[in-house]
Structures are given as structure tokens and as C-alpha cells.
Design a protein around this ligand. Structure first.
Ligand code: B1M
Length: 214
């Protein structure tokens, strides 16, 4: 029987192959995808984050752990997006990590779950300036623009993006949402965001509300 502590440990050690094997094993045991994600992968990465904070782990080890997390997520991805249908998309989400910030694991998870909920997702990637969010919103006729930031130093750039949208009255209908570990509702309100997503599932619920689907 799968032991999530083993997935946590393999992720911590950056052993992508073992993480993949254990995630497959958990799926073969019919464990719920959300359980594998939360108790196996996200919980493992939380320990990495703690030890990174206290200089027990350094950037190279964290990068290898991130690669192992991505390997596990890649196996879950088809299941997370499985409910996306041939129907017209429920709406278009343009999303990226803001300028100066290279963290993308959480954003990628939001992308997968939004896709699974039937959204067309345009993922801009990491380190994105305000102009890219604007261009992509126009080009793809976005209903929602999502911003991710994992650093306290890059969070303020979300306001730069929001201000850039607010200076374009023709984009007033686009909902602007923010998320990422250091972000909270109070900050989101302060910078004038339309919404804040603490995690991927609640972000998707918020997106569905934005497009009137719930
Ligand atoms: Co960095 N890093 N990192 N890092 N890193 C953190 C964020 C940190 C908290 C670690 C720590 O000290 N404990 C710390 C920030 C401290 C601070 O700002 N106060 C930190 C630091 C300092 C740094 C560097 C500056 C380190 C250095 O170079 N000295 C550097 C910065 C590089 C840069 O961005 N310019 C750096 C680098 C890196 C790596 C490249 C090594 C790697 C990133 C790899 C990658 O993403 N491809 C990395 C990692 C992996 C982390 C930790 C350990 C894990 C982040 C993660 O993936 N979490 C992180 C510690 C931590 O967060 N506990 C840390 C798992 C993920 C599923 O959760 O991203 O929170 P999360 O996403 C959630 C929600 O937040 C939400 O939904 C997601 C899923 O539920 N969400 C959204 C996220 N985005 C959303 C957008 C939305 C909605 C919801 O839009 C609407």
C-alpha cells in the first residue's frame, strides 16, 4: 500500500524516477488524484520549502526537487484535465508568473485544473512583463487574466499589471486575479484585483464565477 511519506521523501531527494513510480503506484491503487497531489507532491514540496528557508537546502537541491515534482505532476496532468470536453471553452484564461519571478509549479497546477474545468488556457510562462499580459489578453480575447508571484519582492509587480489594465478602458471587462504563496486577500484588495485564489481548486471556482458558470 502506498505510503505518502515515501513520495514526500523521494521528492525531497529529487528522485524524479521514484516519484513517478510511486505516483503511478498510487493511481494503480485507485487513490484519488487530489489525495496524491496534496499528500504526496504538495506536502513533499512544503518540506523542501521549510528546509530552503533555514538554509538546510540550497537552490540546486530545490531545483532538483522541483523537477521531481514536475515529473509527478506530468503523470497526474491527463487526469486533472480529463474533464475538458470538445464543447466550446467556458472562457479564456491568460495566466503567467510576473516579471522577476521564475516560480511556475503552482501556476502550472492552476493551468491544469482550469483546463480540466473547460477553460481555454493561455500560459505565458514565467518572468512576464505587464505588456505581455496586455498583448495576450487582447490577442486571445481573455475573460480572465491570472497572475502568479511567489516572492515578496515580485508581488508588487502585480499592481503594475493591474494598473496597466486599468489604463485601458477597452479591457475593463477582463477579470484580474492574483495568487501565489505570499499573496492574500487583503493584498489582492489593496492592489485592485478582482479576485484572489489561495490554491488551484478555489481559483478555478472563482474563474467559473467570473464567467457566470456557477
Ligand atoms: Co524559491 N522561494 N526562490 N525557488 N521556492 C520560495 C517561494 C520561498 C518561500 C522559499 C523559502 O524561503 N522558504 C522563498 C521566497 C521568500 C520570500 O519572498 N519571502 C524563495 C526564494 C527566496 C527564492 C530565491 C530568491 C532563492 C535564491 O536564489 N536565493 C530564488 C528566486 C528566483 C526567482 O524567481 N527570481 C528562488 C528559486 C527557486 C527555484 C528556481 C530553485 C525553485 C522554482 C522552480 C520552479 O518553480 N520551476 C524554487 C522553489 C521550488 C521554491 C519553493 C520551495 C516551492 C514553491 C512551489 O512550487 N510550491 C518555495 C517555498 C514554498 O512555497 N513553501 C520557494 C508548490 C506549489 C504547488 O505551491 O507555488 O504556492 P504554490 O502554488 C499554489 C498557490 O500559491 C496557488 O495555487 C497553487 C496550487 O495550489 N497559486 C495561484 C499559485 N499561483 C497562482 C496564480 C493564481 C491563482 C493561484 O492566479 C489567479
Amino acid at each position: 500500500m502506498i505510503d505518502y511519506a515515501q513520495i514526500n521523501q523521494m521528492l525531497y531527494e529529487g528522485n524524479a524516477r521514484e516519484v513517478e513510480r510511486l505516483v503511478r503506484e498510487a493511481l494503480a491503487e485507485a487513490r484519488p488524484v487530489s489525495e496524491i497531489l496534496n499528500e504526496g507532491l504538495i506536502a513533499g514540496m512544503a518540506v523542501v520549502g521549510e528546509d530552503f528557508k533555514y538554509n538546510i537546502l540550497y537552490v540546486p537541491e530545490v531545483l532538483v526537487a522541483a523537477r521531481a515534482m514536475k515529473a509527478g505532476l506530468a503523470i497526474l496532468k491527463p487526469l486533472l484535465v480529463a474533464s475538458a470536453t470538445e464543447n466550446p471553452p467556458r472562457g479564456t484564461l491568460v495566466i503567467g508568473t510576473v516579471k522577476g519571478d521564475l516560480h511556475d509549479i503552482g501556476k502550472n497546477l492552476v493551468c491544469m485544473m482550469a483546463e480540466g474545468a473547460g477553460f481555454k488556457v493561455v500560459d505565458l510562462g514565467v518572468d512576464q512583463p505587464a505588456e505581455r499580459f496586455l498583448e495576450a489578453a487582447v490577442e486571445h480575447r481573455a475573460d480572465i487574466v491570472g497572475m502568479s508571484a511567489l516572492l515578496t519582492t515580485t508581488m508588487p509587480y502585480m499592481k503594475v499589471v493591474i494598473d496597466a489594465f486599468q489604463a485601458r478602458p477597452e479591457l475593463a471587462g477582463v477579470k484580474l486575479a492574483v495568487g501565489g504563496a505570499p499573496v492574500n486577500r487583503m493584498f489582492a484588495d489593496e492592489i485592485g484585483a478582482d479576485g484572489y485564489g489561495p490554491d488551484a481548486p478555489s481559483s478555478v471556482e472563482m474563474f467559473l464565477k467570473f464567467v457566470g458558470a456557477t
